[in-house]
Ligand binder design. Structure first.
Ligand code: AGP
Length: 603
């Protein structure tokens, strides 16, 4: 959580940092701040609230500088407040820092420094970094940073400025992402690529415990022994347009609408001649007797959908585990297990920990990741990239869809390699997957029924999602999407499970969204719908095999026909739009829902 950015160069750092923070706001948005260095020393502004409030403050009290650091916060230690906002300064006002991560031993460091007379002003763990760096500072900021980092336990990505060394901006990281961007007018540090895309597509990825020393015209890298480290820059292919709203009211809507293109490029990379194809073709699957998929949130739901596809086609057991649970359960994995990590950001702390635990136990790890160069992408044995481009809305849509198609393609490829299906059957399945982008394009031209129905749903206190088999798995994603952006309580149930308890929650005018794309199970899910209607519920049926007719308590939204294994890619488009329009009609901050952050880099 939290986004950090820093700049040193020939232009005014303030607008550059504010613009970068806007593009990092998805990482946290309960407070923000900026510190710049100018000829008078440090100038710091920080406060609780959205970045727009910080911008308003700065427009009334202009500031400028050739170097600066900025922060957008998702509070972990210390409530959102002006004083707990970053940047933090040491008590001698010599060192300013921004921090993304958690310092686990901050209490011990704080006590130690307090005994030596240091006066702390905030409740954060981060302030100890500024105070400790000042304590160690003896005329050499790099040395002070190395000593400080040597004392820190936990995770950090840091931007550091020192009053006595006004030409240097220092960065260091451990277990949280940090990139260095090189533009013609200056050098950047940032938590993520979109923050620098307006200025450069040339970036270095910092590894754990590497230090970057930036000046207006150069960047040098060192290890903790202060030996120089040689690094090669990488060229980012994402365009700045992909990180703009492009005329849409919200990033989420834009990203939903981008799905046909994202699906097409992702399918192409795996079935055409892209890197994904090379990796999938090269995988020796005969050595695996188990597949474990581990991930969080929506990425976990993508894993749940694909479990049905893998098991149906490969006849191999697939377990799907929440990464936050997997890491602590002494998982049963060995060198014959393939552990698949699914993550948009590639920086989710729980998924990283799960990956490391799987590797420690000798399992092969394959990741499906969107952010190039992210920790999971770099550390897993094999990496497949979703071609979603930057995803800004906190609620994932296009990255989820891209994860699904890569998982489908993996499942079909594995089934073919294992001899469970013929080449001809595999080619037919690949052709169906390749048809998804065009079908999604058609669906996105006919969104009126979803939009209209969603507008009638703002008053519900609770909405249930049901489905059977693979429709149940995608119902879980529909439910998660709704609760995260509309703040309406929601749960997903397997249709057959209702009678075992949940049906007691159904009362007059409860809404139940039923997904029906498994034709062989239509009568079963229809009977579940009737059971809830007869207890006063209303039902919104979304599917491609519905024989019922709409009525006072039954609304139907049709989906195009497709193999049931791939139908979740279609149902999810209307489920996303349903949530989007419910939230839009409630007037909520859709791209930045309360209490959430897109990239959960803390435990
Ligand atoms: C999805 O809409 C959520 N914002 C969230 O559940 C997300 O999928 C989860 O935090 C995992 O993130 P990752 O894909 O970046 O690992």
């Amino acid at each position: 959580m939290c986004g950090i950015i820093g700049y040193v160069g020939t232009q005014n750092a303030v607008p550059i940092i504010l613009d970068g923070l806007k593009r990092l706001e998805y990482r946290g948005y309960d407070s923000s701040g900026i510190a710049v260095m100018n000829n008078n020393g440090f100038d710091v502004v920080k406060q609780k609230g959205r970045l727009s409030e910080l911008e308003a403050l700065i427009s009334q009290r202009p500031m400028s500088g050739y170097m600066g650091i900025g922060h957008t916060r998702w509070a972990t230690h210390g409530k959102p407040s002006d004083i707990n906002s970053h940047p933090h300064l040491g008590s001698q006002n010599k060192i300013a820092i921004v921090h993304n991560g958690i310092i686990e031993n901050y209490r011990q460091i704080k006590e130690r420094l307090e005994q030596k007379g240091t006066n702390f002003v905030s409740q954060t763990d981060s302030e100890v970094i500024a105070q400790l760096a000042e304590y160690y500072y003896n005329g050499d900021i790099v040395e002070a940073v190395i000593k400080t980092a040597g004392n820190l336990e936990g995770s950090y990505a840091l931007g550091i400025m020192c009053l006595d060394e006004p030409d240097r901006l220092i960065a260091i990281k451990k277990d949280n992402p940090l990139i260095i961007g090189v533009a013609d007018h200056g050098i950047f540090i940032a938590s993520d690529v979109p923050a620098v895309l307006a200025h450069t597509n040339k970036v270095y990825y910092l590894n754990d415990k590497e230090i970057a020393v930036l000046t207006k015209t150069s960047v040098e890298f060192y290890n903790m022994d202060r030996e120089p480290v040689h690094k090669e820059p990488e060229t980012i292919t994402w365009s700045i347009d992909s990180a703009e709203k492009g005329g849409y009211e919200h990033f989420m809507l834009k990203e939903i609408m981008e799905q046909p293109r994202v699906l097409k490029e992702t399918v192409q990379s795996a079935l055409g001649c892209g890197d994904n194809r090379r990796i999938i073709d090269g995988l020796d699957v005969s050595r695996f007797n188990r597949i474990v998929i581990t991930a969080c949130g929506s990425a976990y739901n993508a894993g749940m959908v694909s479990k049905y596809v893998f098991e149906q086609l490969c006849r191999i057991t697939v377990e799907v585990e929440l990464a936050s649970e997997f890491r602590y359960k002494d998982p049963i994995v060995d060198c014959n297990t393939l552990v698949i990590l699914v993550s948009q950001s590639g920086e989710t702390a729980d998924t990283i920990a799960a990956m490391r635990e799987a590797k420690r136990k000798g399992a092969a790890t394959l990741s499906i990741v969107n952010v190039v160069g992210s920790t999971i992408a770099r550390e897993s044995d094999y990496t497949l990239y979703t071609m979603a481009g930057p995803e800004i809305a906190v609620a994932t849509t296009k990255a989820f869809s891209a994860q699904l198609v890569l998982l489908y393609i993996l499942a079909v490829s594995f089934a073919k390699k294992l001899g469970k299906i013929t080449k001809e059957a595999a080619d037919n399945l690949f052709a169906e997957i390749a048809s998804l982008p065009d079908i999604a394009t058609g669906m996105l031209k006919r969104i009126d029924p979803v939009q209209k129905y969603a507008a009638t749903c703002v008053g519900y206190k609770s909405i249930f999602f049901i489905g059977r088999n693979i429709d149940y798995a995608i119902a879980m994603e529909g439910s998660l999407k709704l609760k995260e952006i509309s703040y309406i309580h929601s749960e997903a149930y397997a249709g057959g499970e209702l009678k075992h308890g949940t049906i007691s929650l159904i009362e007059d005018n409860t809404l139940v969204v039923a997904i029906s794309c498994c034709e062989r199970l239509y009568e079963k899910i229809y009977s579940n719908a009737e059971q809830v209607i007869s207890r006063g519920a209303k039902v919104l049926f979304i599917g491609n095999c519905i024989k019922a007719v709409p009525g006072e308590r039954l609304e139907i939204i049709e989906l195009p026909k497709i193999n049931e294994l791939f139908a979740p890619s279609l149902s999810v488009v209307y489920l996303q739009l349903f949530s989007y329009y419910v939230a839009a009609n409630k007037g909520l901050d859709i791209d930045k829902p309360r209490n959430l952050a897109k990239s959960v880099t803390v435990e």
